[in-house]
Ligand binder design. Structure first.
Ligand code: FNR
Length: 403
């Protein structure tokens, strides 16, 4: 087992992953759409919210335990669904799912995963969540739902913000594919990633496990990219949500809600939770950060007297970020890149490390703010005005105007 004692923050894991993972897969993770402004703001906006330091408060017996969609969690952080995860590290979804279940947080499996629903179910003990992309091929989609049920998945995450795809320049320039095409550029880059190559040689899982062999016309890999581009359903609507909810019959989470109008629709749909998310800055470039969007969503859902939980993702790189999201009304959070950097750096151990880092930061920061139970944290831990100032969309320093 690698010694990870010197790894103390998510940024350490990012740096190691950057070194170890082939360029096209690292770039796929570490990028946002178009100008990447929303991607950057997701992180920088967290930094602009200031915390109130309290002293001489009894900080003994702290607890971060709570629930997300009725499931007990060791801290209010779940692993977000991410595509191509088995390309960051061989069998990556299985490693991440195992790290999550040992730590006591939920794991979400993407439709676009490398390991299939069945693969992950066979190699883990606890139920996980399945994330559904709604496809035009209804038979395939309904079959995916049945497969998730058969695998005992305990919630279905319906991703609502990817009916069309935000352009990420690097993916096009790198010719992103799973597995990578044997071009000279790729081969030269792979030669510098010996551990990744060795691990990949040890697994058969090199392409999209939920799709290849299950969807019409996708028997080989060459037809997959065109199939994906053609298959995401731009006609998805709230009526489909009701239909999918009936088909699934279990807990449902709607991911990608940013505006109060949509939040009200999500609450009325009877979802168990909604995730305030801009897909980690990978879809609508120019959208606000998720943290800037959450308070209006919380207010709108409260006015509906709905018990749909509100969660947040996009930009979480520390326990401080989690605490800020919780203080603004999130019942839980999800992390994408923070766990992917851990996975690319050290596989299952790296994901565990990422979770430990966030847990420790969250625990200590909560104590500094004078709380011992995560369930009692409210916006009274924030410096008054620092969030409102961020939400107003103004830069921190107004430019000086002469004349
Ligand atoms: C994603 N995300 C995502 N979401 C989803 O519903 N299905 C998917 O297949 C993917 N794939 C994916 C790949 C990669 C590489 C990333 C980084 C993200 C979005 C993901 O679930 C989550 O919303 C964001 O990752 C949250 O932002 P942070 O934590 O990465 O900043």
């Amino acid at each position: 087992m690698a010694n990870l004692d010197k790894i103390t923050e998510i940024e350490d894991l990012r740096r190691i992953a950057e070194r170890k993972v082939p360029r096209m897969f690292y770039d796929y993770v570490d990028s946002g759409s178009w100008t990447q402004t929303t991607y950057r703001n997701n992180e920088t906006d967290f930094d602009r919210i200031k915390l109130r330091q309290r002293v001489l408060v009894d900080m003994e017996g702290r607890s971060l335990s709570t629930t997300m969609a009725g499931e007990d969690v060791h801290m209010p952080v779940a692993i977000a669904p991410t595509g191509f995860t088995g390309m960051m590290w061989a069998d990556g979804e299985i490693h991440a799912a195992r790290a999550a279940e040992k730590f006591g947080v939920p794991f979400s499996l993407s439709t676009m995963s490398i390991c299939s629903i069945e693969d992950v179910a066979e190699n883990t003990e606890k139920p996980f969540w399945f994330q559904l992309y709604v496809m035009r091929d209804k038979e395939f989609m309904e079959n995916l739902i049945k497969r998730a049920k058969a695998a005992n998945c305990s919630a279905l995450i319906l991703t609502a913000d990817l009916q069309v795809l935000g352009q990420r320049h690097k993916d096009i320039k790198n010719g992103l594919s799973a597995p990578p095409k044997p071009t000279i550029k790729n081969i030269l880059n792979l030669m510098t990633k010996p551990q990744w190559c060795m691990n990949m040689l040890g697994t058969k899982r090199h392409s999209f496990g939920n799709i290849v062999g299950h969807a019409k016309g996708v028997g080989d890999l060459s037809s997959l990219s065109s199939w994906t581009a053609e298959q995401f359903d731009p006609g998805l609507s709230w009526d489909d949500v009701a239909r999918i909810k009936d088909l699934w019959g279990g807990k449902i989470i709607i991911k990608g809600v940013m505006e109060p109008e949509d939040a009200i629709m999500a609450a009325k749909s009877g979802a168990d939770a909604m995730v305030v998310s801009n897909h980690g800055g990978r879809q609508l470039d120019g959208a606000p950060s998720s943290i800037a969007a959450i308070s209006d969503v919380v207010e709108a859902v409260k006015a509906e007297s709905s018990d749909t939980e509100i969660w947040l993702d996009s930009g979480i790189r520390s326990g401080q970020d989690v605490l800020k999201a919780i203080s603004l009304g999130a019942k839980g959070t999800m992390i994408g890149r923070s766990f992917l950097y851990g996975l690319g750096a050290h596989g299952e151990d790296g994901v565990r490390k990422a979770l430990e880092i966030i847990y420790k930061e969250l625990d200590i920061t909560m104590a500094f703010c004078g709380h011992t139970d995560i369930n009692t944290v409210t916006d009274d831990i924030l410096i008054k005005g620092s969030y409102e100032y961020l939400k107003s969309g103004r830069p921190m320093l107004e430019p000086i105007r002469w004349g």
